[in-house]
Design a protein around this ligand. Structure first.
Ligand code: AMP
Length: 698
């Protein structure tokens, strides 16, 4: 894979080494536009910034539809279709003028988003749905207006298309509203990222007094103080103080990392128990968080490879309609006269824009997102489903994604039959009473959960870097690392776990293994992926040992010590190989790759930054739900294709008829037949969408 990536050997502490030269630094303020990114559901881009199309949000379709509805209904009531009078329709003198005026208002108000969309499509030289709808609207509107004028000027009564015009506009607005409702709103990853860093820093001045200053005013070399529990405001090096820093969300390392003078800290990480004095090393663009921000915006500016089948079908229909209309026009001009040629050409164009197409995809999307929601999936970008159904690779983060991300007791072993397990746990919890190590907290709460009360110790001392020792009931005990114990004990513990040995008067009497636990559904997910021919790869910011343990348990390929940039490069390399990549993660360090991957799936319990960068959110934080996602992706795409067939398929019959191919033998598409076919395909499309089901959950 990415073995020759020069970053892959870097430990996650070397964040300063992320390659600056490769990308430009863009300040946060310039990214306000990304807010609109996921409204862009009708163009062929799944992430906004893509190709600079941030402005696809052409209006609030709910409001547009509801306000257009009464106008549209009046137009439809007052525009009997020639030869096909619906019982509720009526006319009165000059009602055609009323209809013409109302239609003009309607096309200006309700038609605008479609025309704006069509302009965008033409700019990209890829006419699609918006172009097709605009064509249908324009032709039916303009021709109908012409018929009204003609009836007053020449007295000639020509069939108009006001009914088709109004119903087409309403159905298209409705379809877009349904789809807009189904798709979640995008958050702003950049903004959330910025929130991780406190606004103010406490700067230590030369006379040792403290001045609170906005982080933006920090300079390299400033000395800042960070109290216990605070977030670190900037990247720097510890001058004084010791503490454990939680970097799990930033780097993916599962354990809080102990740091002291000389060690580097990252802005945005959380300080544990000690007060730290930190010399600022990087500010602004050079900081870890800024680099992650840069990677995210870089990812968002990559063109998406989302293939949007609806868009494609609409594009074909657009060309077919225009070609068929031209042919009809030329042929009818040769064999008949210009008015006849115009009539057939116009009818062809109007018929080519099928109403059912407006609902074919939105109804499936609506059904599919609600099914997804019932399975713990929030699909923010419907294209995620289309892409995921033929994904090749899934990159999975470890900490918090495949594992719970909590450092917990995995196993307690008896090494001596003098004691019961309860007694060992009571001793463990007792001796840990004198330690503030994360291991201590985990063991104490483990004992607590099982209602085991700790043995009370007379004295406890911390052996730095090795463990704790203490005296109870005349015995001396130690709880120390295997290394400190010095003898090799053959103990079978979960791979990657941290082991501590309980020693009584020099004899090992018990052992406790701690680690990050696999989520219960992780194994099954990996199996399911393999069965679906999706290659799983674990990419973690955690160390080699922790990564190896989990990878052996899951039988999955892995990459350890991955910085956000490494993960990003990994996704990029795979994409460059032509593979479709799904990325699953929860942390800030996963955000750039979530944004870059063809489909990004974020774990809900993770950071807001990850959620904002993803296309799909696992609302239950359960990796097992990814299985449902893959199934949903397959079934949704199949439904969409079926619906496009039924929605557009009617055109294959209707277009030639409308073009007058059978006119010589007296068969043309009467408006009545046209309307019936059209309603029929709309009904089929709706029923088919509702029939989308998922297999019952195992
Ligand atoms: P540290 O460098 O503080 O993370 O400790 C190194 C190793 O010593 C750990 O991996 C544990 O095996 C052991 N250790 C340190 N402190 C404790 C403690 N309070 N309880 C049990 N084991 C400990």
């Amino acid at each position: 894979m990415n073995n020759n990536n020069k970053h892959s050997s870097h430990s996650h502490h070397n964040h300063g080494d992320m390659d600056h030269s490769k990308h430009e630094h863009v300040s946060t303020e310039e990214h306000g536009d990304h807010k609109d990114q996921h409204y862009d559901h009708h163009a062929h881009h799944d992430h906004s910034g893509h190709g600079g199309h941030e402005h696809h949000h052409h209006g609030n379709f709910k409001e547009l539809f509801l306000k257009s509805l009464p106008l549209g209904i009046i137009i439809m009531l007052l525009s009997p279709m020639a030869g096909f009078d619906l019982p509720f329709q009526f006319t009165f003198p000059y009602s055609d003028i009323v209809v013409a005026i109302l239609s003009t208002i309607l096309i200006i108000y309700g038609g605008r988003p479609f025309y704006q969309g069509a302009v965008d499509e033409f700019k990209q030289k890829e006419p699609g749905m918006m172009a097709l709808v605009s064509l249908g609207l324009s032709v039916s509107y303009l021709y109908s207006i012409y018929t009204v004028i003609a009836s007053y000027v020449t007295g000639e009564q020509i069939m108009d298309f006001f009914f088709e015009f109004a119903s087409l506009l309403l159905i298209m607005l409705l379809g877009h509203w349904i789809e807009m409702k189904a798709i979640g709103q995008a958050g702003d990853a950049q903004e959330e990222l910025a929130k991780l860093v406190p606004k103010d820093a406490h700067v230590v001045l030369e006379d040792d007094s403290i001045e609170t200053r906005p982080v933006a005013d920090l300079k390299v070399g400033d000395l800042i103080r960070v109290q216990a529990g605070e977030n670190v405001p900037a990247d720097g090096t510890i001058e004084r103080g010791e503490s454990r820093l939680n970097e799990a969300l930033l780097t993916g390392e599962s354990k809080a990392v102990k740091k002291g003078p000389g060690d580097e800290v990252i802005g945005g990480s959380t300080n544990g128990e000690g007060v730290l004095y930190i010399k600022v090393r990087e500010t602004g663009d050079q900081s870890f968080i800024s680099q992650v921000q840069n990677l995210i915006s870089q990812a968002q500016s990559q063109p998406s490879r989302a293939e949007n089948i609806a868009q494609k079908v609409a594009g074909w229909l657009f060309y077919i309609a225009v070609t068929a209309a031209l042919i009809a026009f030329v042929v009818w001009m040769l064999i008949a006269d210009i008015p006849t040629a115009v009539k057939f050409a116009i009818t062809t164009l109007v018929i080519a824009c099928p109403h059912a197409l407006g609902l074919a995809i939105p109804l499936v999307t609506a059904r599919s997102t609600s099914l997804g929601a019932s399975r713990g999936l929030l699909v923010k970008d419907r294209q995620a489903l289309e892409i995921a159904q033929d994904a090749d690779v899934m990159i999975l983060d470890k900490t918090g994604t495949l594992t719970t991300g909590e450092f917990k007791v995995l196993d307690v072993k008896l090494l001596n039959d003098k004691y019961t397990k309860e007694e060992i746990i009571a001793l463990l919890a007792g001796i840990e009473g004198g330690s503030s190590h994360p291991i201590a907290q985990s063991i104490i709460s483990f004992a607590n959960q099982q209602d085991i009360s700790p043995v009370s110790f007379d004295s406890i001392d911390v052996i730095s870097g090795a463990g704790v020792e203490g005296k109870a009931k005349g015995h001396s005990y130690q709880l120390i690392s295997q290394k400190a114990y010095g003898r090799n004990l053959d103990i079978d513990i979960p791979k990657g776990a941290t082991l501590s040995i309980l020693v009584e008067n020099d004899d090992a009497i018990g052992a406790v293994a701690l680690g990050d636990e696999l989520k219960p559904t992780s194994k099954e997910l990996i199996k399911a992926l393999k069965k679906n021919n999706i290659q799983p790869i674990m990419a973690t910011g955690d160390n080699e040992k922790a990564a190896l343990g989990v990878s052996e348990d899951l039988e999955i390929e892995y990459k350890a010590n991955q910085s956000p940039q490494d993960k990003y490069e990994l996704v990029k390399a795979l994409k460059d190989e032509g593979k479709k990549v799904i990325m699953v993660g929860d942390g800030v360090n996963d955000a750039p790759s979530l944004a870059l991957a063809d489909v990004g799936i974020a774990v809900c319990a993770g950071t807001q930054v990850a959620l904002d960068s993803a296309d799909v959110i696992l609302t239950q934080s359960d990796p097992g739900d990814i299985e449902s996602f893959i199934e949903l992706a397959h079934k949704t795409t199949r439904k969409m294709k079926q619906n496009l067939f039924w929605g557009a398929g009617y055109n294959f019959i209707a277009i030639p008829l409308a073009a007058g191919i059978l006119a010589p033998i007296d068969i043309t598409l009467s408006p009545a037949l046209g309307a019936i076919l059209m309603s029929l395909s709309t009904v089929i499309v709706a029923i088919n969408a509702i029939l989308l089901r998922l297999d019952p959950k195992k």
